[in-house]
Design a protein. Structure first.
Length: 291
């Protein structure tokens, strides 16, 4: 059984750890509120923009109207994994790494280019033999639409110029504090989803000025940039939710461990007292026997 000093030191250490995890949980909760507000405010705009784009492009059979919809033989793939800058957020970052490996395996034979966003993604990409684009990994240090737009434009220009034949986003979609959903979305070339198909057949009539093709050409780049920014905001909110959950569980576990250690401390102390009493009684009986 451990002595009293060792148990007391462990209790002090666990108590200090519990204070840290409780503080980190509170900080994550405060940051989560702001990040959650941002993504909730952006989603209606992003969904409406996608719906309008799907509607105005419906019935247009000219696939050459935009270079962003052109299908090519996939020889070069740009993957954009979005992680956090820091750890202590459960499986948040490791899940992105697993999803990245799945996407890489699905494009076996193609040249893989990785544009990491977040320090953890940057560290993971350095360990792999990929062609890395490292200009935007610290985006979360100055997160804004402008920084996300620059990264999106880099990917879009690379696709338009033929340097990349496919662009894939990997990120955590924010559902709630305890739930984050891993998404692997094809940003380029543009693919029409079931939701877009439903929007395109909604029957809404639009008056186009100056022309339908001009509006679509203007909406597509804007929609892609908003989609990219939405993935960044989703990941940011998911990170704080994951860290809040992880630190909450760590705080609870520390509390359970403290209960066990205090019980051990009391038992050890009681055993030491009992031992001292037995020694005193034994000594007294020995003295009495000598007389």
């Amino acid at each position: 059984m451990a002595n009293l000093k060792e148990v007391k030191e462990r209790i002090k250490s666990v108590s200090s750890t519990q204070q840290i995890t409780r503080a980190m949980k509170m900080v994550a909760a405060a940051k989560l509120r702001r990040a959650q507000d941002k993504i909730i405010q952006l989603r209606p705009y992003s969904e409406k923009l996608s719906a309008i784009l799907a509607n105005v492009s419906a019935g247009n059979s000219d696939e050459s109207m935009t270079t962003y919809a052109q299908e090519r033989e996939v020889k070069n793939v740009l993957i954009v994994p979005v992680t956090s800058d820091r750890g202590l957020c459960g499986a948040f970052n490791s899940n992105i790494n697993k999803a990245l490996n799945v996407v890489v395996k699905a494009h076996e034979g193609a040249t893989i280019h990785v544009m990491p966003i977040g320090k953890k993604a940057f560290d993971m990409s350095k360990k792999q033999k990929f062609t890395n684009v490292t200009a935007y990994w610290d985006m979360f240090s100055k997160l804004s639409f402008e920084t996300a737009r620059e990264a999106a434009e880099f990917a879009m220009n690379g696709y338009e110029e033929g340097r990349y034949d496919k662009v894939v986003l990997i990120y955590n979609e924010f559902k709630n504090v305890a739930t984050q959903i891993i998404r692997s979305e094809q940003l380029l070339p543009i693919v029409q989803t079931e939701q877009d198909s439903a929007a395109s057949t909604s029957g809404t009539d639009y008056i186009f000025e100056p022309s339908k093709d001009f509006i679509v050409e203007d909406l597509i780049p804007k929609s892609l940039k908003i989609q990219f920014y939405k993935a960044i905001l989703d990941s940011n909110a998911s990170e704080h939710g994951a860290r809040m959950t992880a630190m909450g569980k760590a705080t609870d576990n520390a509390g359970d461990l403290l209960k066990e250690l205090k019980l051990m401390y009391n038992r050890t102390r009681q055993a030491a007292i009992t031992k001292e009493i037995l020694e005193i009684v034994g000594g007294a009986e020995a003295l009495a026997a000598d007389k």
